[in-house]
Design a protein around this ligand. Sequence first.
Ligand SMILES: [Zn+2]
Length: 246
Amino acid sequence: MTFQFERTRIDKIPKTAVLAALERVAEHQQFVEFGKRDFDKEARFSSSTVVRTFGAWSSAMEALRDALRRRGIDLKARQKGYYSDRELFAEMERVWVGLGHRPSRFEWEEAKPAISYQTYKRYFGGWQQACLRFLEHRARGGPADPALPEPTTRRQKARPNPARRHARAASREVPAGLRLKVYERDRFRCVFCGRSPISDLTVELHVDHVVPFARRGETVLENLQTLCLKCNLGKADRDDVQQPGV
Ligand SMILES: [Zn+2]
């Protein structure tokens, strides 16, 4: 009878097989970095084998990251602070501007976002909080990142001929980008009563024509203002009530 010191001979599992197992688990984890416990739950051999093969768990993750990169996949870091506020707000802005109003959970998921709904909830302690923080960020004069295209300059550049400007101004519909610009200028506050979703989430903001569209008021920044739903409904020209915005 022979006594084996080790239960399994580690050299029986080749490095490529260990790496393949790591890749399989990574796939299950939606390509987010994982720990030994996640591995042990899913793989056929123990995470200690991985550690022995690569020297350390972090080295195994490095090897996995390289292997995935060769397949054109990025292994995302797991730690909570992975996304910066700048990234979170930039993605929020992209979806928000596309919709023209605060995204609901369904709308967010429909928009195929780069950052998940759950991630926002986790980071900000809830979806409403996330939206609120975004509004505050915008009201403070965001976007903070100069690399992020300024909607205003981009629009001016993309609007060189007066014919297009006229077509835009002649429509009652306020385009999403312009609507956000009005909100920004008015600091996300109703210009009549001063209420804002920044301090009160029940406040619904709308963009309103100062000179009503029906009376030849144009859909341009100068003729638009931010009103809360209450004040907007209180206005004489009821035709001017916009679709729910923020
Ligand atoms: Zn108001």
